[in-house]
Design a protein. Structure first.
Length: 116
C-alpha cells in the first residue's frame, strides 16, 4: 500500500494557506514565518524603506539549524540524526503529521521536548 504525506503550510498571520516560509532577522535574532504570497508582499513592502536605507551585510555564517550559508548543508551528527528519528517516531505515535525527511516543524520539536 502506498502512502503519501502532504504538508500544508498555514499562514501565521491570517490562518489561511501559506505559500512559503520567509526568513528574516532583527537585532541579531533570526525568525521564520509562514506566509501567503499576499502577506509576503505586504511584509516586503513594509520593510522596503528600511532595506533601501540600510546596508546589506550578507547572511550569518551559521543559523540556528546548523546550516552554513544558504544552500550549504553541514552534515548532521549521528546524535542529531538519532534525535530527529526519535522526534519523528514520537510525533507519529502522537498524531503529528511529519515527513520522513526534511525539516521537522518547530511546533513538533517543542511538543516533543515538553513531553520529556
Amino acid at each position: 500500500m502506498a502512502k503519501q504525506i502532504v504538508t500544508v503550510l498555514t499562514d501565521d498571520l491570517d490562518g489561511g494557506e501559506a505559500d512559503r516560509t520567509v526568513e528574516f532577522a532583527l537585532d541579531g535574532v533570526n525568525y521564520t514565518i509562514d506566509l501567503s504570497d499576499r502577506n509576503t508582499g505586504k511584509l516586503r513592502k513594509a520593510l522596503e524603506p528600511y532595506i533601501t536605507a540600510g546596508t546589506r551585510v550578507g547572511r550569518s555564517q551559521i543559523d540556528n539549524r546548523g546550516r552554513g550559508r544558504r544552500g550549504a548543508l553541514v552534515p548532521a551528527s549521528r546524535s542529531s540524526r538519532e534525535q530527529n528519528q526519535a522526534i519523528r517516531e514520537w510525533a507519529s505515535k502522537n498524531g503529528y503529521d511529519v515527513s520522513d525527511r526534511g525539516r521537522i516543524p518547530t511546533s513538533v520539536v517543542d511538543a516533543f521536548n515538553s513531553q520529556r
